[in-house]
Design a protein around this ligand. Structure first.
Ligand code: UD1
Ligand code: CA
Length: 450
């Protein structure tokens, strides 16, 4: 039976005090709602529906990274039941189970969702609950043995019900047509005047269906409502990523100073030194070394490559095996072949650098003419002299050289030397004579410009 996901993301998140819809705030470099979708990926969902409301256009645009995500509009936020009903059309004729997740609850794991799916085999409705250290204003799960009888919202609960510590995370699972049938029966006659998704449990029981709760650690159900909670969530997320990297055989000399993105991939025996930041889209192969104070995003680092200290790899930097990129080097949208070296103070953008090419200190690819970007192509084993400006589009052939300080505007063919700088002049004794004159002026208390 196929499975489908609904991620609720229509709320404004007014406590964020933000012009950005809450679910677009980022955790580990990805918008919050993406984390909910990623957790749901464990269920190999057939259809995925994101319910948007506040800032709907922005959220829709952010969801466009995957055209298979359907977006449903909830123009008025009348409650969680109403939000799920907004996904009905997108799930028309869907057979199988539906999981409802919250877009602002990023830590629910795929493993937990799989346990819920397993519980569905024997129950019509499965709710994800947790034992709350401080149950606060969460909805309470009213159990009778293994059976979940109903969920009561804090606002509507009696003192006795408020003393229950088993709380509702918000994640529910039921058969699609059963779920939508029950939602049709949900009213809004309650303390909040909202259509509560939680009411489906009581409705299911009244219809003779059975319901149960699967529980998870409270940390998984953490929702983000404020900037402070977002900051705490980021710290938690980073702690998880660091632990995972260490478990996977990555060496980190100071893990607390390394920052990951949701999709950072690091191979076994890679070494990550202190103060390294991974933006989204980074893959590091085995035995590579990322030295201190390097910043990487959207790039690939081959096996045994050494990057940094103080290197910046931007989107589209592709480092093959054994590449060396040293201090104060920026690389963007460029391919570096096996064993290529760019060790000092360089900018390499929109370029193809051949195997074992060596770019001297201060090499710059002048890739931008103010309107268009142009490519620089450097052949294998080429040797680029220090402080060469490569004015793209330009090609330096394999085994070719450029002289230090050259401005290279024309092709340098294979094996040739390209030299493009003023020829040196010599004036014997000039410096000696000039210094003598200046020192005399100083001794007489006069200025040089007299
Ligand atoms: C909800 C649950 C509560 C549970 C708690 C866990 C209900 C009625 N209550 O309460 O039992 O303990 O979550 O955090 O379901 N949303 C929409 N459209 C709406 C309303 C909400 O998309 O019309 C989205 C919100 O953006 C949010 C999620 O649904 O992501 C939860 O809504 P929220 O208002 O935070 O629910 P709670 O009152 O916290
Ligand atoms: Ca909430």
């Amino acid at each position: 039976m196929p499975t489908h996901l609904i991620v609720l993301a229509a709320g404004q998140g007014s406590r964020m005090l933000s012009d950005l819809p809450k679910v677009l705030h980022r955790l580990g470099g990805a918008p919050l709602f993406v984390h909910a979708l990623n957790a749901g990926a464990a269920l190999e969902p057939d259809r995925r529906v994101l319910v948007v409301g506040h800032g709907g256009d922005l959220v829709r645009r952010a969801a466009a990274y995957d055209p298979e995500i359907a977006v449903a509009e909830q123009s008025e936020q009348l409650g969680t039941a109403h939000a799920v009903l907004c996904a009905r059309e997108a799930l028309a004729d869907a057979v199988g189970d539906v999981f409802v997740l919250y877009g602002d609850t990023p830590f629910v794991t795929g493993e937990t969702l799989e346990r819920m799916a397993a519980a569905r085999a024997t129950h019509d409705v499965v709710v994800l609950g947790f034992q709350a250290a401080d149950p606060g204003r969460y909805g309470r799960l009213v159990m009778a043995g293994d059976t979940l009888e109903r969920i009561v919202e804090f606002k509507d609960a009696t003192d006795e019900e408020r003393s229950i510590t088993l709380c509702n995370s918000g994640v529910v699972c039921a058969d699609a047509s059963v779920l939508f049938d029950m939602l049709d029966a949900v009213g809004n006659d309650n303390a909040a005047g909202e259509y509560y998704l939680t009411d489906i449990v009581g409705i299911a029981r009244a219809r003779g269906l059975n319901a149960t709760a699967v529980t998870c650690d409270e940390a998984e159900t953490l929702g983000i409502n404020t900037r402070a909670e977002l900051a705490r969530a980021e710290a938690l997320f980073q702690a998880r990523m660091r632990a995972e990297a260490l478990d996977n055989g990555v060496t980190m000399t100071a893990p607390d100073t390394v920052f990951f993105s949701h999709d950072t991939m690091i191979g076994r025996d890679a070494v990550i030194e202190a103060n390294v930041i991974f933006g989204p889209g980074v893959t590091i192969e085995s035995e590579a070394q990322i030295r201190s104070f390097s910043h990487l995003e959207g790039c690939h680092v081959g096996a045994r490559a050494v990057v940094g200290p103080f290197a910046r790899l931007r989107i589209g930097a592709e480092l093959s095996n054994d590449v060396k990129v040293g201090n104060f080097v920026e690389i963007k949208n460029a391919m570096l072949g096996d064993g290529a070296k760019v060790n000092h103070l360089s900018y390499v953008g929109d370029a193809d650098i051949g195997d074992h090419a060596n770019l001297g200190a201060g090499t710059v690819t002048c890739n931008y003419d103010g309107v268009f970007k142009h490519r620089t192509v450097i052949g294998a084993h080429a040797f680029i002299g220090s402080n060469t400006m490569l004015v793209a589009p330009v090609t330096v052939g394999a085994h070719a050289m450029t002289a230090s300080g050259s401005v290279i505007t024309q092709e340098v063919p294979e094996g040739a030397l390209g030299i493009g700088r003023a020829r040196q002049m010599l004036i014997p004794e000039f410096a000696t004579r000039m210094f003598e004159k200046l020192k005399k002026l100083k001794a007489n208390g006069q200025k040089a410009d007299g």
